[in-house]
Structure formats: C-alpha cells, structure tokens
Design a protein around this ligand. Structure first.
Ligand code: URP
Ligand code: ZN
Ligand code: ZN
Length: 492
C-alpha cells in the first residue's frame, strides 16, 4: 500500500511565512510533510504531481463572495448559485469561499437567514465554504442570536451604512458592535454614506443624467471617506475589531492606516476592481459601462490604483477579496439590462444591479500584475482571510498535521500566457470586466483536501459538485479588542 495519498514534488513552495524548494506529502486530506526538495525520493503515493519548478501555494481563501442572493443592491438577482460560483472558484485556484447569508429587513432572525442559506449551499459546492451573516435588521432578536451564531460556527457578519434594503443607523451599528465585542465576532462594514449618495443621485436626476457613468459621480470619494472614518470612530468607541470591506479610495485607506498606527484593531479589504478598473470603464458607448457598476465604484486612474497597491504592500489591507457579485448583462428581468425601459433607453444608473464577477480571476489577475512579493500575495489572498475569520491553520497555511491539503499549483514562470475571455471562465455570467487582458499565470492544478479538483491540461474541472464542505469557524486569530475588560459606559 502506498505511504501517501498524494505527493507534490519539485515546486517552489510559497506560504505567508517562507519560500523554498519543498516537496509536499498528503495523507487523509491533510498536509503530512513539507520537506526540502528530494527528501521524498523513493516514497510511494497513489498520485504524484510534478510541479516542474512552478509555484505551489495554500489554496486561495476568498472571503467576500455573493451567491444565490435576491435583489439587495438595486434590481436583479445573483447569476451564480453555490454550484456555479464554487465551480468558478476552484478553476481560479480558490479552495475556500466565505459567502453571505442575507437577513431581510422584514426578518427579525439571523438564524433563519443562516438556515435558508445552508439549504442553498448544501450538496452543491465544489469548494469548501462558510457564511458571513448580513445583518440588516439589528433588532433585539438578531442581537440575541449572536451567541447562537458562534455555536453554529459563524464568527463574522456584515453590516451596511448605505442601500435602503440594508442600511443601519449609527445607533444600530453600535448595538451590533457592542454585542459583537462580547461574542468575539468580526464585523465587516460597507462604509459609504447613504445620505450623500441619495442626495447626489437627486442632483443628477434634476439634470436628467442617467447613463451608467453617473454611478461613479453619485458615489463620490467623500461618501466613502466620511463613512470609513465614522466606522472607525464607532468601533474604537466600543473597542472592537472591524473590517472595512471593498475599499476603493486611497484617502479612505489613509484613515485606516492612521487608525492601525494608533493600535486599533481595524482591518481592511480591497478588491481587483480597485486595482484594474477606473471610472472610464463605466463610460463606454450605450449601456456597456453597466458591466462595471459596483459600489464603491472604480476611481479615477493610475494614482488611485497605486495607492491601493501600496496599501496591500504595506499591510493597510489585510485581504484582497473578489467581491464576486455576479449579474447577467443581457438579461432583461434580473440582469443589468433590467433597468432599460422606454423611459430610460440607456438605463438609469441608480437601478443598475451593483456588482462585478471576479471569483475566478482574482488570483491570476493579481499574480500577473507581478506587483506583490510572493509571500505578501499568499498573505492577502489566503492566509490573512483564514486568520481573520477563524479558519487558520486549517485553511490558509501548509502546516503539517494541521492544515487541510488545499493547494494551488501554478505553471512554471513564462510557460503560459492568456488573453482572458469570458468563455474561459466557469461562472454563470455572460461577461467579465477583464475581457481581453493579458494573464501571465493561471492555476495548473487546484487541490482540495488532497483531491485534485482542477487540472487545467487534464480535463479542466475534475472536482465533484457536493465535495465542498461547510466550515465551522472559530474566533479570529488576529488581534481583537485592546482591553480585556468588559465595556463600561462609565469609563467615558
Ligand atoms: O457593488 C458591489 N460591491 N456589490 C456587492 C454588494 C456589496 O456591497 O458588497
Ligand atoms: Zn458591500
Ligand atoms: Zn460585496
């Protein structure tokens, strides 16, 4: 009988902590050995992959993915369900998804939203998965359920400072943060000032300006900057960790890094759309720009991109997630084109479903840019998300005896180059915002708990629907509240 289930040999292994010529042995779905190249010569295994000098990394962890969601961000509903979204993930080297379980404003319970989302994902996933709860009704019942969420393996939730269907008032945000501190839950905050956005939309409507490009005008940087500062202020008042999601503006990032320098547990996320897209992508003939409508919107140009890259390099950003929020473009009932009517022949920007697809392209795009040091790349695309959301070292690392054998094996440098087209992708979306871009890397193999689920040159998608497992998560292993004492109003 073979000693191991799988060997991955001759790779340049990159983790967040080290880079080296290591060989890997896998047994029972776990990393069993990570040893200098050649140490496993003569060892038997059921399967051997020769990485031929290509990079081998922990599988990607994408902690911001929307699947099978109803209309929440404008009209429209998700084009991807748990099957197609997780299929797309593994084809792009991501082995763990954390998606959202949305609570409706009319629904008092978070546990009910969790149960409904479990039903949507059960037996459907190609990748492993967990959920962040979206809390849009922070009433007494929802707050009282935080402890039960922890019991159910959920240690994070997302709240919104904008969108009619989701927005919380500052007092409600404080209620959430106060209980999150007690239960050791990480709160993700969508930081845009809803009132500034609504006011600006009215000004544009008065001038009859409806084209997709006015989505950018209606979400000015000040809306993000103000809300980011307010989110930091509210969380520092309660002394509780937060993560500001999908940061687009370097000025908002400056508030975050200032807070981090003060020692506050403020974490932040950015996404490929803020590294590769600009407002020009929304200013295309006809309705085409709608493909790149997301919130916050892509900003001006190279200077903003540079600021966001620097934030990744210097640690202001903890994670690089996709914010995969897929809508069909052509579909006229639930897609982007659902906002075209006789009254608005070019659509009306304020109704366009907000979101872009990107779960499959996240890692290849970022790696192809050749901008981040390799260990930093692993940190922001895998390890830090696992740490922040209570999955490390099971996910996000290659720790023998502890980590699941989740691996992304890349092609040796220079072996492949692609012009990206939507037809290469495995999502259920009819476009990619990155159509035509040159991609210098793509996962050759994706391995999930020791099973090859993606083999680009040997059948492509070889994983099985339903192999993906729900992951019970623990509390974050990144720094939490600064004080161990119970929060006491008399201290202020
Ligand atoms: O436009 C975006 N980002 N759509 C997804 C919804 C959200 O707020 O993440
Ligand atoms: Zn958001
Ligand atoms: Zn999102």
């Amino acid at each position: 009988m073979a000693e191991y289930d799988l060997l991955v040999l001759n790779g340049l292994v990159v983790t967040a902590d080290e880079t080296g010529q290591f060989d890997i042995a896998v047994k029972d779905g776990k990393i069993a050995k990570l040893v200098p190249r050649g140490s496993l010569d003569g060892i038997t295994a059921n399967k051997t992959i020769d990485a031929e000098g290509g990079m081998v990394m922990p599988g990607g962890v994408d902690a911001h993915v929307h699947l099978a969601e109803p209309a929440l961000f404008g009209k429209g509903k998700s084009a991807d369900d748990y099957e197609t979204g997780s299929r797309s993930a593994i084809a792009g080297g991501t082995t763990t998804l954390i998606t959202f379980a949305p609570q409706r404003k009319t629904e008092p319970s978070l546990l009910a939203a969790l149960a409904a989302t479990h039903e949507l994902a059960k037996d459907k996933c190609y990748s492993d998965y967990s959920f962040h709860l979206i809390c849009s009704n922070a009433g007494p019942q929802a707050i009282s359920e935080f402890a039960a969420l922890r019991e159910a393996g959920i240690s994070s939730l997302k709240i919104y400072m904008t969108y009619e269907a989701l927005q919380l008032k500052d007092s409600e945000i404080l209620d959430v943060l106060f209980e999150a501190r007690k239960q050791k839950i990480v709160t993700m905050i969508h930081a845009e000032n809803g009132a500034i956005i609504d006011w600006t939309i009215k000004k544009l409507e008065e001038k009859k300006l409806f084209d997709p490009k006015y989505h950018v005008t209606s979400h000015p940087p000040v809306a993000e900057i103000e809300a980011t500062y307010r989110a930091i202020s509210l969380s520092s008042f309660i002394d509780v960790p937060i993560l500001i999601v999908h940061v687009s503006s370097p000025s908002a990032a400056k508030h975050i890094s200032d807070a981090q320098k003060r020692g506050l547990p403020i974490y932040a996320e950015t996404c490929p759309q803020y590294l590769f897209l600009t407002r020009k992508d929304l200013d295309k003939p006809g309705f085409e720009g709608a493909k790149c409508v997301c919130s916050p919107p892509p900003r001006e140009g190279e200077q903003d991109h540079e600021g966001i890259w620097q934030g990744l390099e210097n640690g202001t950003f903890t994670v690089l997630s996709s914010d995969h929020c897929p809508f069909l473009y052509e579909d006229t009932t639930v897609g982007k084109k659902s906002v075209i009517s006789a009254e608005y022949p070019n659509g009306h920007f304020k109704y366009i479903p907000n979101g872009c697809p990107g779960v499959e392209t996240r890692m290849s795009l970022a790696l192809s840019a050749n901008r981040l040091k390799l260990q930093k790349f692993v940190e922001v695309t895998s390890t830090n998300a696992a740490k922040l959301y209570g999955l490390y070292p099971r996910k996000g690392g290659l720790v023998p005896g502890e980590s699941d054998a989740d691996l992304t094996v890349w092609y040796p440098d220079g072996m492949k180059e692609y012009q990206l087209t939507n037809s290469m992708l495995h999502h259920n979306v009819d476009h990619t915002p990155y159509e035509g871009r040159t991609i210098k890397q793509w996962p050759r193999y994706t391995i999930l708990r020791g099973e090859v689920v993606w083999a680009k040159d040997e059948g492509g998608l070889v994983g099985k629907k339903g192999y993906g497992q729900f992951l019970q998560r623990d509390m974050s292993s990144l720094a939490g509240s600064m004080s161990k004492e119970e929060w006491n109003v008399e201290n202020f």
